[in-house]
Design a binder for this molecule. Structure first.
Ligand code: FEO
Length: 395
């Protein structure tokens, strides 16, 4: 993809990764972009790089605008290797002695990634770097997405380089929000649910801090996906809404099954939920990816988890999902467990333990049915669905 001018003298010089489908366990069917930005000023400045294997493509993009060796300053907003993997190649091209600006934690983490004695220039929160006609103000945004993360803000253009925040894993021909329209929002939502959900309290604090600082933002340039130039407030408002996790009258029933017995229970639970008028969605974990399920859970008021007992434990996909969900720390959920078993039947107890550790509100001891559910077992599952549905009505 060719470089694109975003504002006078400021260019997107990133790359599209059309074929990537996995981002540390999150399924990204639309690929991704690794966005890097070039600022032409008295001091020519590059913000972030790309994955290692795309470093030459990044340098080719820059060379269409200016000789990369004329870059004066390198900015690293985030150490994760989708943005820093190209640093060794870029630094060797532009000159390894050029100043490399990053947060203090960025210096530490980059040093642990790359055994290079680069000319690190750690910056403080609120620090300003003069480029000539413009300046960059640095805002530390610890844990969005890593402890080293920071934003860089160009006051003169009211333009925010937001690193991982406000991005999407989406590779397409479009570069801007007005080109892609509403179709980008499901990608942004899935990205939030799978990358940033656990930092929701920090996001709310950050938005408040930025509001208090009176920063006007005309354009948001994230490190993934599209640039928000038509309506940056749209993605900020969406982040606030997603971070608040206001529970809807919606239940996600997530399960796996060995011989369809736990599936029969799942479908009966969905029937019971539907009878109370709440939205109910079942997800079989070998038909749906964990990252799609967690996206559905983002605004669900209830999560009901089912597993058969396999070898005295959880079915592996259910254990995988519980680990994934626990790490992302969704909150404000009511929950219940269910499952078919043959003789020992530990799965429901194990699910309950995980749900309690997630601080979900368990509203039932859980439903265990031996082998194949008969009419009574199915009715018990319908009643469990109704119980959860009625609890959701009272939210
Ligand atoms: Fe896009 Fe946290 O890396």
């Amino acid at each position: 993809m060719k470089p694109i001018e975003i504002a006078k003298g400021i260019y997107w010089v990133g790359v599209a990764d059309w074929n990537v489908r996995d981002f540390h366990g999150y399924f990204i069917p639309a690929g991704s972009t690794y966005n890097a930005y070039l600022i032409l000023d008295d001091k020519v400045t590059l913000i972030d790089t790309v994955k290692k294997e795309f470093a030459d493509q990044l340098l080719d993009n820059i060379a269409q605008i200016i000789d990369p060796r004329k870059i004066d300053y390198m900015i690293s907003n985030h150490t994760e290797m989708d943005h820093s993997g190209g640093l060794p190649r870029v630094m060797s091209e532009i000159g390894a002695d050029k100043p490399l600006y990053c947060s203090k934690m960025g210096q530490k983490n980059l040093s642990l990634h790359f055994q290079e004695k680069w000319n690190y220039q750690p910056v403080e929160n609120g620090g300003v770097l003069n480029l000539g006609k413009r300046s960059l103000t640095f805002l530390e945004t610890r844990m969005l997405h890593w402890p080293d993360s920071m934003f860089s803000y160009v006051k003169e253009e009211q333009l925010l380089f937001s690193s991982d925040a406000f991005g999407e894993h989406y590779a397409g021909p479009e570069r801007f929000d007005d080109e892609v329209g509403e179709a980008i929002m499901p990608h942004a939502r899935k990205y939030f649910a799978n990358i940033l959900l656990l930092y929701a309290p920090l996001i709310l604090q950050l938005v408040e801090k930025v509001t208090q600082m009176g920063l006007t933002i005309k354009t948001i340039c994230p490190d993934h996906g599209i640039i928000w130039r038509q309506d940056p407030s749209k993605i900020i408002k969406a982040y606030v809404e997603w971070s608040q996790q206001k529970p809807k009258k919606k239940a996600v029933v997530v399960y796996d099954t060995m011989w369809h017995s736990t599936q029969i229970l799942a479908e009966a639970i969905v029937d019971g939920l539907s009878q109370t008028g709440v939205e109910a969605k079942p997800f079989h974990l070998r038909a749906s990816h964990r990252s799609d399920v967690i996206t559905e859970i983002l605004d669900a008021g209830a999560v009901i988890v089912g597993s058969p007992t396999l070898n005295n434990g959880l079915f592996p996909t259910v254990a995988d999902f519980l680990t994934y969900m626990k790490g992302l720390k969704p909150n404000k959920k009511i929950a219940a467990a269910f499952g078919s078993y043959g003789w020992s039947g530990e799965a429901v107890k194990l699910i309950n333990k995980e749900l309690e550790e997630m601080k979900f509100e368990l509203i039932d001891p859980g439903l265990k049915i031996q082998f194949i559910p008969g009419p009574q077992g199915i009715e018990a599952a319908v009643q469990l669905g109704r119980k959860v549905g009625q609890a959701l009505q009272n939210l």
